[in-house]
Design a protein around this ligand. Structure first.
Ligand code: UD2
Length: 311
């Protein structure tokens, strides 16, 4: 059994990561300030005696240092973040605090208290408008939002601390994650969470553009498993890897899967393309297979069926 500290534990990816860690027998200390995470996401974890939840802001001075010094985890999975790209554009200062400073706090707490492993929620946003598909890890890192910039800076902060102080750091570059508990509240929320909510409410969806655009949609269950592997596998070295399926799915395909189930729903409307949208995004999934022995198992169809069943 390993003791793992998870920041952002009540969030979408955080809560699934907590569930997966508990399911395979680990002890978990979750931290969240409930800025975007929800208490209800931890309903399953709450009843587990191997789970402890602490309400705190990990970007605040001394908070993580105190927590890590009290609990001495073997690994930290750092998922707490300002998760909305749009929020980072509207408020770059907050993006700096929650997406850069908080990472520095994690790096420093790990150094000060000899935590040997840190796993970080990076993002395909560090690649910006990549045009060569699939996107390989060596692709140019030219982020086009403060969010993407902060994720890239955080990778550098953690990897350099790792090299200087002997911490194994894994930067997980998530592509388009989807699944239960993803918040559909904003127009900039993940498209699948928006479609799921609208279909459940008996409404139709709007596809921005012709629907031929594609994304590499990966189930949050796979992402949680990748996080657990990165935090607890023996014999791995510091580095980064795409967390993706390597497969592209178009929005028309996504809408068709929903429409099959919600046969009464109005047909999707094709609207104007969204400003700044990229047409295609697909990662190469080979590196994480080699380094962590991970490959995604949940197909988009199965992942959407799960959402629809839960609805
Ligand atoms: C990511 C960011 C987004 C923006 C973008 C820049 C997420 C969830 N979103 O978007 O904030 O920074 O990168 O490239 O990280 N769509 C519809 N109808 C809807 C909602 C979305 O057609 O109601 C389309 C959207 O125009 C896009 C696709 O669905 O073509 C995927 O959108 P997304 O926001 O889920 O993900 P992405 O990677 O475009």
């Amino acid at each position: 059994m390993t003791k793992v500290l998870v920041t952002g534990a009540a969030g979408f990816i955080g809560s699934h990561t907590v569930d997966k860690l508990l399911a395979v027998g680990h002890e978990v200390i979750g931290v969240d300030n409930f800025r975007s995470g929800h208490r209800s996401n931890l309903a399953g974890a709450d009843s587990n005696e191997r789970f402890t939840l602490v309400e705190a802001d990990v970007s605040a001075d001394g908070v993580l240092d105190g927590l890590v010094s009290d609990t001495l985890p073997s690994a930290i999975i750092h998922l707490a973040a300002l998760v909305s790209v749009q929020d980072s554009i509207d408020n770059p200062e907050l993006n700096y605090q929650l997406n850069v400073l908080a990472t520095h706090r994690v790096a420093e707490a790990a150094r000060a208290h000899d935590v040997k492993r840190v796993v970080f929620a990076s993002s395909a946003a560090i690649y910006g408008n990549a045009t060569d598909m699939p996107i390989v890890e060596e692709a140019a890192k030219l982020p086009i939002s403060p969010y993407g910039g902060a994720k890239l800076a955080s990778e550098a902060i953690l990897l350099s601390h790792g090299a200087a102080f002997g911490i194994t750091v894994r930067c997980q570059r998530y592509f388009n994650v989807f699944g239960p508990r993803q918040d559909p509240a904003s127009p900039y929320s993940g498209v699948i969470s928006i479609f799921d909510k609208r279909y459940r409410d008996g409404k139709g969806v709007t596809i921005f553009g012709d629907g031929q655009q594609t994304r590499d949609f990966i189930s949050v269950h796979d992402v949680a498993r990748a996080n657990v592997l990165a935090a607890t596998s023996d014999g791995i070295k510091s580095g980064w890897a795409n967390v993706c399926t390597g497969k592209a799915t178009s929005l028309l395909e996504v809408a068709a899967i929903f429409a099959e189930h919600y046969s009464e729903a109005p047909a999707p409307i094709l609207g104007e393309p969204r400003k700044g949208d990229i047409i295609h995004s697909r990662g190469q999934a080979d590196l994480i297979a080699k380094e962590l022995g991970f490959s995604a198992e949940v197909t988009v169809k199965d992942g959407l069926s799960e959402l629809i069943r839960l609805g």
